[in-house]
Design a binder for this molecule. Structure first.
Ligand code: PLP
Length: 379
């Protein structure tokens, strides 16, 4: 079945954070990380059926869900996981905050990448924990960890490392060797690891595959909580759920603190959407990857022709991390906003001279955005 990702969609008036953000009515909003495509038809049909049942009572996680997720991880990533290692959560972000809260003590320090999804830092500051950034370095067009520097970034107070793979922003899909180096470093230094792999289903580089960090070795797996979800890949973050995988029972226990108390269980629609995507969503995901690759190629060719801008290899997800350093402009984000395009400001992720452009949208909209970027920076 062919899927038409070019079909125009209109999200105005749906309380979409991206499209209905109060101050942004007059601009093309390509910032928050959800896509402008409808979810796969199998998901829409399953949700419709559930809606029509008409009774929305208290619902537990379906008995078969953990086994379905384990089979999915085996099929997609050749990662063998016992269904009992899985803890169902309402979202990845709640998993990040729980991890920092539960695995660290008051004076501990957390190692986090820079740049990174802003909730990494917020999870630390909300729990009153200090953090140390690992500045990612651009090597051969890829943002990689400063592996030689890692030892100098930790102290006896460092007890946890947060990791993002594929990386947001920066889009690196880490290789087996890179994962092994980082995982071994954490094991040798007795650090817990929380690996946020929410973008795993969105690898764009043709000869690359997502490799879960915990799949590298038993020693790494024993130290790691992996956070995953189908929300991003199948575009249902408004109804979705997430899960944590932890081989180590003490890590699983930590993830369960607060569940059903301060952390609400997922909505019953989340189970329906996730199971439909697992069972029947793969052809749609394949179509999406093809479409996003074309958008990636368009961005790469257009951005590399704009003097002062540069871009990395865009290995995964739909978030272009555009380097404006050579422009020497005090605020490239504001410049684009004034020109009619809302990106995410690089400052949100720890680098002021960057902007992040969401290209999970129709090619026509992306072209409009690229035209705005071209004329804004030409001036
Ligand atoms: C790295 C990363 N983690 C987590 C999230 C959000 O996950 P959730 O909506 O499941 O809380 C995002 C969303 O952009 C993300 O990029």
């Amino acid at each position: 079945m062919a899927f038409n990702f070019d079909s125009p969609t209109n999200r105005l008036g749906t309380d979409s954070i991206r499209w209905d953000g109060a101050d942004l009515k007059e601009v093309l909003p390509l910032w928050v990380a959800d896509m402008d495509f409808q979810s796969p038809p199998c998901v829409i049909e399953a949700l419709n059926n559930r809606v029509h049942q008409g009774i929305y009572g208290y619902t537990h996680s379906p008995h078969q869900l953990n086994a379905m997720i384990a089979a999915y991880l085996q099929a997609q990533y050749q990662w063998t996981v016992d269904p009992d290692w899985i803890v169902i959560l309402p979202s990845v972000v709640s998993g990040l905050y729980t991890t920092v809260q539960q695995l660290t003590k008051q004076d501990d320090c957390v190692l986090i990448p820079n740049p990174v999804y802003h909730h990494f830092k917020l999870a630390c500051s909300t729990a009153n924990r200090s953090f140390q950034e690992m500045p990612l370095e651009l090597k051969d067009g890829r943002w990689v960890l400063p592996i030689q520097q890692l030892q100098s970034l930790i102290s006896s107070k460092t007890t946890l490392a947060l990791f993002c793979n594929p990386q947001n922003p920066g889009s690196t899909v880490f290789t087996r060797e890179e994962l092994k180096e980082f995982g071994d470093f954490c094991v040798q230094n007795n650090l817990w690891i929380c690996s946020d792999e929410i973008h795993a289903g969105l690898v764009l580089t043709e000869d690359k595959q997502h490799i879960p960090l915990a799949s590298i070795s038993k020693a790494i797996s024993e130290k790691t909580i992996t956070l995953m979800s189908l929300n991003k890949t199948f575009n249902f973050p408004g109804v979705g759920l997430a899960w944590a995988v932890a081989e180590n029972p003490s890590l699983r226990k930590a993830m369960q603190v607060g569940l059903h108390q301060t952390i609400a269980p997922p909505s019953l629609f989340a189970y329906t959407a996730t199971m439909a995507a697992i069972q029947e969503g793969e052809p749609w995901r394949q179509g999406l990857i093809q479409y996003l690759r074309k958008n990636r190629d368009l961005i790469q060719s257009r951005i590399s022709n704009i003097a002062g801008l540069s871009i990395d290899k865009m290995e995964g997800s739909y978030l272009a991390w555009i380097d404006c350093t050579q422009l020497n402009h005090p605020n490239p984000y504001q410049l684009l906003l004034d020109a009619g395009l809302a990106t995410s400001p690089g400052s949100q992720f720890g680098r002021d001279q960057f902007v992040r452009l969401n290209f999970g949208t129709q090619e026509s909209r992306l072209t409009q955005a690229l035209n705005i970027i071209e004329s804004a920076f030409a001036k």
